[in-house]
Design a protein around this ligand. Sequence first.
Ligand code: MN
Length: 234
Amino acid sequence: MPADEFVFPPAPQASLAVQGTDARFPIRRIFCVGRNYEAHAREMGNDPTREAPFFFTKPADAALNTPCTIPYPPQTEDLHHEIELVIAIGKGGRNIAEEDVMDHVWGASVGIDLTRRDLQAEAKKAGRPWDWGKAFDNSAPIAPLKPIADVPSVEQGRIWLAVNGTVRQDADLADLIWSVREHVAILSHSMSLAPGDIIMTGTPAGVAALVEGDVVTGGVDGIATLEVTIGPRA
Ligand code: MN
């Protein structure tokens, strides 16, 4: 549709940087997996038995490319970091078989599922949706994507996060309760996946609060590293 047929100019396409090229990966949607590492499920007070994975979403324009500075978000006193392996879908599909999942994956990276933990806790208690705790502005800083052909593994490798140089989250992708092949296949039975979809695959234990001025670093070995600074309140 020509631009002059819209009542105002459409928003710019949300996108992620790609390692080794100036080309960008256009983001369609951001899916997030809940409670996908046993130790994190325990620290949040949940039974880590292998219940079916569940998902929530963030808007595409919640994604920011790292390195970046994010203003401390409004309406929270408990902003938490959650370091996560990020999967980028390049080929859509539905009812994808586990053995075919990697044919749909364009690349991988590392990101932070920033969480207003106090708002999430209120929502859980009231039986309300998690959106206000999870899907706020700037809530998904993500490092440049690595094309999947160059990714050594999405099934093992250290995943870590440090705040001001002190490591807080330190685990291995092998600890994922539901592997990439498994949770992408399951997701594709509920939603038709499309090129541009991003999946944040869940966080290991060690989530904790951030304050203004914190410098957050993190990574997944062999895939990507990131740096995010928490700025003053907007
Ligand atoms: Mn998360």
